[in-house]
Structures are given as structure tokens and as C-alpha cells.
Ligand binder design. Sequence first.
Ligand code: FAD
Length: 412
Amino acid sequence: MARIHVIGAGLAGLSAAVELAGKAEISLYEAAPQAGGRCRSYFDASLNMTIDNGNHLLLSGNHAALAYARKIGGEAKLAGPEEASFDFCDLERRTRWTLRPNAGKFPWWILAPDRRVPNTAGLDYLALVKLLFAGPDQTLRPFLGNGEIARNLWNPLFVSALNTDPAEASAALAGAIVRETFAEGGVACRPVVAVEGLSAAFVDPALDFLRGAGADIRFGAKLRAIEFDGDRAAALDFGEERIALATGDKVVLAVTAPVATALLPGLTAPTEFRAIVNAHFACPAPKSLPLLTGVIGGATEWLFGFADRLSVTISAAERFLATPREELAATIWAEVQAVAGISEPMPAWQIIKEKRATFAATPAQDALRPGAETEWRNLVLAGDWTRTGLPATIEGAVRSGLRAAAFVEVPA
Ligand SMILES: Cc1cc2nc3c(=O)[nH]c(=O)nc-3n(C[C@H](O)[C@H](O)[C@H](O)COP(=O)(O)OP(=O)(O)OC[C@H]3O[C@@H](n4cnc5c(N)ncnc54)[C@H](O)[C@@H]3O)c2cc1C
């Protein structure tokens, strides 16, 4: 059986390896001491608990990600409301509402004032339809406008989905999200959260699955160079070890965009990235707090209420990178108190600033994304930054892995 060498054990590499397990011998190489890349859990000493590198939200329309979780046995670690439902809290106006798209494809919920954003009209939601026809060069802001619905729904929704300010974000990538969620009805819009941690749902079961299939998994294995021979990759250089590629061996390169461009001469890939800031507080969520609350009118954008902690996500967060951590924690905790209706003093906390959380989902950066195939016939690319048609998400990463697997399954 041919051997497939998968480089990078983020979700793209894991999904490729899981897909190929049993069809080929698998070697998985990861530079870090653990798998999961930008989607993983770790023990945080300040909080004395295991948390995620960043809160991640999926929607029930993320079919590839959910099928991956099902295949590896991680599905039971995912939770969320049984129907599409998003609670919002406006800190400035002290108002709350719940967005409740109906399950079917015909969106009658936009005609129901108790299911849509307050002070909006059904016609305001036409922006979603227009986005389905957005061209690759168009930016998002003109589709959203500056009205009530932009402030209270479009901005929080699309800033988190694209991790890019709508003023510069790609309207086509926003349209891709709409096509796979809202356009499919509420059944595709249910929030899904890895309540026991990202690694428990997406990473650890994948490693068990791969080990069960006989995969060779190596941590601390950083690929330093690739040797080429004409139109094929001939050897992988890990510094202390050089692995020659036999005829029929193939490589799935599932590393980050900057690493891939350093390893592959002439590769074009995104060069700009956007930050995500997460704040975690060691305070169990009050029973009355939903798993997820959209927050308007503050620094906080989404509040996750976990059994052991309250966690906040702020996307496209460049504006907070220079803010001192203590100041940021205090600001966010005051907002969390207001949203959760609690008055406890600030508990143990942690602020994580992921400066390069995702590539900038702008039209120009989107145009730089390469497909899976390369000029080397035994080497394909995977990663959320490759041309998946989606922004940088778990769904995009998993799909890129499936696509890479489909390419390498074909005999050389
Ligand atoms: C804070 C944060 C919040 C997010 N929130 C969401 C969300 O709510 N919903 C959502 O869907 N997505 C979210 N994302 C995006 C999602 O996490 C990513 O799209 C996805 O994890 C990317 O997976 P990947 O495999 O493409 O890349 P990575 O996870 O970056 O994997 C690449 C792997 O390659 C390894 N590697 C790099 N160089 C080498 C080398 N030379 N040799 C060997 N290995 C190497 C890296 O260590 C890494 O493990 C978020 C991301 C962050 C950072």
C-alpha cells in the first residue's frame, strides 16, 4: 500500500488523515507537541482548568465538520439548542431579544416580529438574498448598510464568521455562509458548541481513530524542507531525519499559509491575517444564561456560558492588541456581569490574543488562495487558507482535508 505523508495535525491534516485511513498507510507529522493547531484545548494554570485556545462556534449547516466529528466519535461532545435560536443583549440600550429562524427553507420568521431583530422590517433581510449574488471583488459593507439591522445582526454575525471588518470583508465569502446556513433554513442555523472542549470533540477522538487504523503519528516533527525531483516531491527533511518518498508515496501539506509559502517555491497564498481576542473567567455560568449570547454595544461580541467558566470572543480584534491585559479583562468582566446578571468580583481570568487567528477575508486575500493541486504531482495542499470557497473556519479546514484526500487517493 502506498504511504500518505500528512504534514500538520490541525483539523485540515486530521480530516485528510481520517479520510484516508484504511485506504493507505498514513504518517502524520506535527511540529507542535500536540495536535489541533488553532482549534485545541490546553490546561491553563491561571484558571486551573482546561480551556480552548479560542471559543469556536459551528452551525448545524457545517455538514463536513459535523460528519467528521461523527466519523471519529466526537459528536457526543457537541451541544447546542434543538432549534435555531440566538439570544442577544444590547448593553447600550439595555434590551434583549432572541432571533429564531424557522426550521424550513421558506423564511417566514422574518415576517414574525417576535422572531426577528426588534425595530426591523421583513424587507431589511433582503440583504441576505443580495449576498448570494455578490461578485468576488465586492466588499460587504454596502450590502449591509448602516441601519438597525446592520448594528444588531449583520455586524455581529459576519464579523465573527469572517473575522474581518465588513468595510473590507469579501461579500462573496459572506454569501457562501448565507448559502449554507440561512438559505437552507433554521435547520442549518442551529448553534453547535464543543462544550467539553475542542480537543475532546475534534482532536483526541481523531488521534484515537488514526491510531486504531495503524497510523504513524509523530509530534515535535517539524518539516524544514522538501526536496523536489522534476515534477515530484522526492524527500521530506525534518532536520534530524530525512524521509525519502517511494514511488506512489504522496504528501498532504496541511500547514499554515506562511509555512507553506516558505516550503514551496512560487506558491501564492494569503499574506494578511486578523486577530481574535478571547477572555476567560473562572466563574460557572448562571443557570439562566444561554450557552451563547450575542452582545451589542460593548467590546464583547459573543459570551459563551460554560459549566465551569464564562468566555468572551472578540473578532477582527486588532483594536485591542495594544490594550493592557488587565484593563481588557476588567472592561470585559464588567460587560459579562451585565449580560449574565451577576455581581461577583472578577474571578481568576485569562486573556488570549491570537494575532494571526485567520487570514483576512478580503477580496484581495481571497484571490490569493491556491487550490489543492500543486505543480508537484505527488503533493497537495490542505488548510483553511486554501481555496475552499469559505472563510477560515473549521468547516473550511475539514473540507480542504477531504478535498486533498480525494486528490491523493487517485493512483500516481
Ligand atoms: C481564536 C480562534 C477562534 C476561532 N473561532 C472559530 C469559530 O468560532 N468557528 C470556526 O469554524 N472556526 C474558528 N476559527 C478558525 C479555525 O480554528 C481554523 O479555521 C482551523 O482550526 C484551521 O485548521 P487548519 O488545519 O487549516 O490550520 P492549523 O490549525 O493552523 O493547522 C496547521 C498545523 O500545522 C502545524 N505545522 C505548521 N508548520 C509545520 C511544519 N513545518 N511541520 C509540521 N507541522 C507544522 C501547526 O503546528 C498546526 O498544528 C478560530 C480560530 C481561532 C484561532
